[in-house]
Write a protein that binds this ligand. Structure first.
Ligand code: ATP
Ligand code: FE
Length: 335
């Protein structure tokens, strides 16, 4: 079975070829145009997707060394995401499926982030059901109870900003370019995580809140720079390490609560922020400390990619769960 996965929910145009659960190619065109605006500009994202989608798919086929006639089915991101971006991938997937007369498979982007753990990869173990997924990305922060490939239940989520936004907005306050999450991670490696404590907000149940976090970073930086205009440059590594340490603590505290509540101690992390070294280390420690069984994805399957869309499509293909041509993109798409 050859699945072509297409991802266009935000600002990455991506295509991948999956053969019986193994990735043959995984192409991502990251849109550079948004950097100068400090965030994704939806209108520009849709235009860039339209420009990139054909070349990216050609490249995915070429580097997998197959022709379009070999593809068994097309899996695409239906949502959630930016409407204009989703429309490009959805329309293209429908047309290609119609032209090639092969099945069309809609995929939920957030489920796909989780299902990336099921891509066949040497040296990576797959989680067993049921497990808990901590989905941490640019638009979401969720704890999901995963009972089967498509039997997922959100048992906790953010009530405002996503954790990726907390990273990116904190980075912006520090004057770092967008997306700042990876840069905070980079500087954090050489800083003191306990230099500047940031508060851990009290949020009921398994839910999160990050809007107060970014505000506390803003006030802290404003106060310090008033006393010393060079405060940020002089302390960048310590500030980044402290931000990362505090965010990871918020996530780990809720995970511990979720493990207690569900009795499930198999934990998988998913989404762009699962590339973060702080959360990765914290999970590896938790394996030793609490006896959890943790699953950490390969880097290329953390931020947006089409390999994860293809693997979700693969499991739907096995169940002949196909979409019809009246399907439309959905900006908000719960599962
Ligand atoms: P969603 O999946 O919720 O629709 P998205 O697709 O925009 O959102 P992803 O591509 O999954 O988000 O993740 C992007 C986010 O991950 C950004 O906020 C980015 O800063 C963050 N990120 C990536 N690498 C790291 C890292 N090493 N440390 C912290 N954050 C990171
Ligand atoms: Fe994503």
């Amino acid at each position: 079975i050859y699945i072509l996965g297409i991802e266009s929910s935000c600002d990455d145009t991506a295509a991948a070829i999956l053969h019986n659960g193994k990735i043959l190619s995984n192409i991502v065109a990251t849109q550079e145009v948004h950097k100068q605006y400090g965030g994704v500009v939806p209108e520009l994202a849709s235009r860039a997707h339209q420009q990139n989608i054909v070349p990216v798919i050609h490249q995915a086929l070429a580097s997998a060394n197959i022709g379009k006639k070999d593809v068994s089915a097309i899996a695409f991101t239906r949502g959630p995401g930016l409407m204009g971006s989703l429309l490009v991938g959805t329309s293209f997937a429908k047309s290609l499926s119609l032209g090639l007369e092969i099945p069309l498979i809609e995929v939920n982007h957030m489920q796909a982030h989780i299902l990336a753990h099921f891509i066949e990869e040497d040296g990576f173990k797959k989680p067993e059901f049921p497990f808990l997924a901590l989905t941490i990305s640019g638009g979401h922060t969720q704890i999901v109870k995963v009972s089967n490939y498509f039997d997922m239940e959100v048992i906790g989520e953010t009530t405002d900003d996503a954790v990726g936004e907390a990273f990116d907005k904190s980075a912006k306050i520090l004057g770092l370019p967008y997306p700042g999450g990876p840069l905070i991670d980079k500087y954090a490696q050489e800083g003191n995580p306990e230099a500047f404590p940031f508060p851990n907000p009290k949020v009921p149940d398994l839910n999160f809140s990050f809007s107060g976090f970014k505000t506390s970073v803003l006030y802290f930086v404003q106060k310090q720079t008033k006393e010393n205009p060079d405060f940020v440059t002089e302390n960048l590594k310590d500030i980044c390490a402290s931000i990362q340490f505090s965010i990871v603590k918020i996530l780990m505290d809720k995970l511990k609560k979720a493990v207690k509540r569900t009795g499930i101690n198999q934990i998988a992390i998913a989404g762009g922020v699962s590339a973060n070294s702080g959360i990765r280390n914290a999970l590896m420690e938790a394996e030793k400390k609490y006896g959890w069984n943790c699953f950490i994805p390969k880097f290329e399957y953390t931020t947006d990619n089409a390999a994860m869309i293809a693997i979700a499509g693969h499991y739907k293909y096995l169940e002949k769960d196909f979409s019809d041509f009246s399907i439309t993109a959905q900006a908000r798409y719960k599962f």
